[in-house]
Each structure stands twice: as C-alpha cells, then as structure tokens.
Design a binder for this molecule. Structure first.
Ligand code: PMP
Length: 458
C-alpha cells in the first residue's frame, strides 16, 4: 500500500496513544518500515539511528533472528495457553523462574502482565489485597514522586505525576499523594548529593506523618525517573528511600520498567545499591519490544502473607487472558539469554560508560543547562540562560523544532515538552554508533541556534 493511502487511513481511523488528536490530524503519521541493529528506516526510505530504542524498550537492538525463531517455534507448538486457575506452559514457568533468579533478594514470585501499566496496576491491586487479608484495611494511601511515571491504567495514571496524564481525567484520585522529585538540577535543597537525599527522606517521612502511617500502603518510585525528564537521583538515594519505607512500615515498590534489563548498567538499577524492594515492576527490555510482556516480582514475605491469608477456596480475582502468554514468554527467555550469554548486557555497560563521557562534551553548548546520564539512559535539559536556568518561552517551540530537526539529521530521541531531551540507545550500540548519536545531536542543537524564534529568545 502506498504511503499516502496509509496516511489517509491512519488519519481517519487510528487513535494514537499519548498524542494530541487534533495535532495528529494536522501533522499525520510517521510510518516506520524496517529496522536492524540500532537503525530504523521509515516508509520514505530515510534511515535513522534510534537513540531512544523505540520507546526505551528495544534494548537488544533490532533484527535478532534467534528471537524470531523462538517466537515462531512457540507459535507452532503452542500459541496460547491460559495461566488462569492452575494451567500453564513451559516458557512461562521457565521465564518466571529465570526472573526470580535475576531479580534481587527474595523477589521470588512473578505475576505476568502485558506491559508496564498493567504490571503497576497488578501491584496496586495486590497491595490492597495484601493489607485487607492481613488485617490492616486502613493502609490504602499511595505515595509517589512528582515527575514520576507509572503507566496509564485508571489507577496507575494517578500514581503517575505528570500533568498531561491527570488533566481532564479526574486525577489524582483519592488516596494518591506526591512528594518532590529528587531533581538535583532544580532541587531547592541544592544539587549536593547528601542534601538531595536528605530532602527526599524528610519529605517521605513528613508525608507519611501527615497521612498517618496506619493509612499508608506503599511508596512507588523509578530508580531513575524516565518520562518525567530523565531525573537521575544521586547514588545512595534509592537505598535511603528503601530504608525509610521499611522504617515507616510501608511497602517499597521499585518501578524498573525503563531501568530494568541493563538500561543503567546492571541488570536492574536496584542492584547497584543493594536494594531489595517489596515489589518490582518490569516490562520493555524484558522482551526488548519484540512481543508485549510485563511482570511484577513479589517478595517472599508479601507473597506468603497473601497466599496464607486469602480466603480459602476463593480465587484471587486478578488476571489477564494473556498473563504468561507462551509466545511472549518464549521471546522473553531468548532476550534474557542474549543479555547474558549473548554479551549484550556487558556491551551495554561498555557503551554506557562511553555514552556518559561523550554526552558530557555537550555541556559546553549554549543551549545545554545540564547533561545527566546513568549508563544508556540520559536527559539533556535545555535552557535559555545557563546561569539562571531559565527556560526558553513556549512560543520558541524548542522541543518541536528539536525533534523535527533531529529526525531530518537522522537521529531519534525524545523531546519532552519542557525542553528536556531523553536518550536511551539500544544496549547493542558500538562506540562508533554512540558517537554518531551524539554528533547528530550536537548538529541538531547547533541548528536550533539558527531558528529565528529560538534566536530571538536567547
Ligand atoms: N512504568 C514506567 C517507569 C514506564 O516508563 C512505563 C512506560 N513508559 C510504564 C510504567 C508503563 O508501561 P507500558 O507503557 O508498557 O504500559
């Protein structure tokens, strides 16, 4: 079918996620056609390096034939088996066991979803269940971080603290609370590591005191905040928050949907700080986007309490038709094999160290306020004035120009509305591919300086 016909059909029929519907009608769709390694090609034949790994998910890179083979073999043998009641399939069982092995500490029990939002939703539902069956039904309030993203389900979107996910959706709902993001670049406590950590710990304590510890169920956080503008907390922050949650007797849920599977270096970001959460959500890199799959890892303590206290003979009424889908699970197993035996995790660590060094070189650019990175996850915050950290006015439409120009220059990144560039290259990148991403990004930033409405704002 021709690109023009596809564009027309798209305009008339496909309602795109996280898009301005009216804006999309005007702009039209950008159709991706094929991909290999770290490169994607669109329907016009334009090849780009994917500095965002799809939607921070294609960690192993595109075009792995062994994943195709794993999916095809599973489809041939058994395309579907329910996980409901006590049914199952070999790939889902093996994947649960492998994830229990890879996740930290006693996160030994795996609940499968189709992506991150329903992994978070599963956590939220099971946390309610946990406190109800263990006789503490008042513990229902959830605390999360400003700038946090925890998916788009009805409840999860309220744990998410991004304005576009609340506006006109009647969120936040009752029982959803936020504390300030550990945002060193704009932290009122200053950018000093110890001050940022102390401010977050104090904020969590104060919030729990305000609501009453007997009413608070859990604290949710991303080890590095992704969709909120790639906020990288200081080392030690995650551990301090985990310990504080334990002291306050609230569950600690680490949302590793982006940070999991080598994105920040180790298999999970929690590992770097020896943190064992009560629950951990994951998705994206679990299958590297080759098939939809998410998972919620549950600690031994929480799992046992639910199993032993749930009403005898009554099913725990939470599940999806595709929980533990055998094809997604087979894909997941092969992707996990590629990280370890295939050397992609180790390559990602080397590439991540190189990426951090190369990106730091952009700090001298007149538009760059801050470069922040942990491994292959980075944010570049753009400002009009480096000293005051003042942003460009909205009329300059910097993010829009950035994305369009970057695309023309052959690099894909995320341009957040508040002029923060998000980057998450595939873990399979070579050093020269990392260099290409950074070079095209610098060119794009340079191009911004020639755009009249941006020039006028500087
Ligand atoms: N949690 C985090 C931290 C995420 O980044 C995302 C997706 N960007 C989600 C949850 C939701 O995952 P999904 O889009 O797969 O539902």
């Amino acid at each position: 079918m021709s690109v023009n016909s596809l564009e027309a059909l798209d305009r008339n029929h496909w309602v795109h996620p996280v898009a301005s519907w009216a804006g999309h009608e005007k702009r039209g769709v950008t159709i991706m056609k094929s991909a290999r390694g770290a490169f994607v090609t669109d329907a016009d034949g334009h090849e780009l390096i994917d500095g965002f790994a799809g939607l921070w998910c294609v960690n192993v890179g595109y075009g792995h034939e062994s994943i195709v083979q794993a999916a095809a073999a599973q489809m041939r043998e058994l395309p579907y088996a329910t996980g409901y009641f006590s049914f199952g399939s070999e790939p889902a069982i093996r994947l649960a066991a492998r994830l229990a092995e890879l996740t930290p500490g006693d996160l030994n029990h795996i609940y499968f979803s189709l992506g991150g939002s329903d992994a978070v939703d599963s956590a939220l539902r099971l946390i309610r269940y946990y406190y109800n069956v263990t006789g503490r039904p008042a513990k229902k309030q959830i605390i999360s971080l400003e700038r946090g993203y925890h998916g788009s389900s009805s409840t999860g979107a309220g744990v998410t603290a991004l304005p576009a996910f609340h506006l006109h959706f009647d969120l936040p709902a009752e029982g959803q609370h936020y504390i300030a993001s550990p945002y060193p670049y704009r932290n009122p406590a200053g950018s000093d590591d110890a001050a940022v950590i102390a401010a977050s710990v104090a904020a969590l304590r104060a919030k729990v005191e305000e609501i009453g510890a007997d009413n608070v169920a859990a604290f949710f956080c991303e080890p590095v905040q992704g969709s909120g503008g790639v906020v990288v907390p200081p080392r030690g922050w995650l551990k301090a928050m985990r310990e504080t949650a334990r002291e306050l007797d609230i569950l600690f849920v680490a949302d590793e949907v982006i940070t999991g599977f080598g994105r920040t270096g180790p298999m999970f970001a929690c590992e770097a700080e020896d943190v064992v959460p009560d629950m951990m959500t994951m998705a994206k890199g679990l299958t590297s986007g080759y098939a939809p799959l998410g998972a919620l890892a549950i600690s031994e303590r929480v799992y046992r309490a639910i199993a032993d206290n749930a009403p005898a003979g009554s099913p725990i009424g939470h599940g999806y038709t595709y929980s533990g889908h055998p094809v997604s699970a087979a894909v997941g197993l092969e992707v996990l094999r590629l990280y370890t035996e295939g050397g992609i995790l180790a390559n990602g660590q080397r590439a991540g160290a190189h990426f951090e060094r190369k990106l730091a070189e952009l700090a001298d650019h007149p538009l760059v306020g801050e470069v922040r990175a942990r491994g292959l996850l980075a944010g570049i915050e753009l400002v009009a004035d480096k000293a005051t950290k003042e942003k460009l006015p909205r009329e300059a439409r910097l993010s829009e120009h950035l994305f369009a120009r970057g695309y023309a220059n052959g690099v894909i990144f995320r341009a957040f509305a508040d002029d923060i560039i998000g980057l998450a290259p595939p873990l399979c990148c070579s050093e020269s591919e990392i260099d290409l991403i950074v070079a095209r990004l610098r060119q794009t930033l340079d191009d911004m300086l020639a755009i009249p409405e941006i020039k006028a704002a500087l």
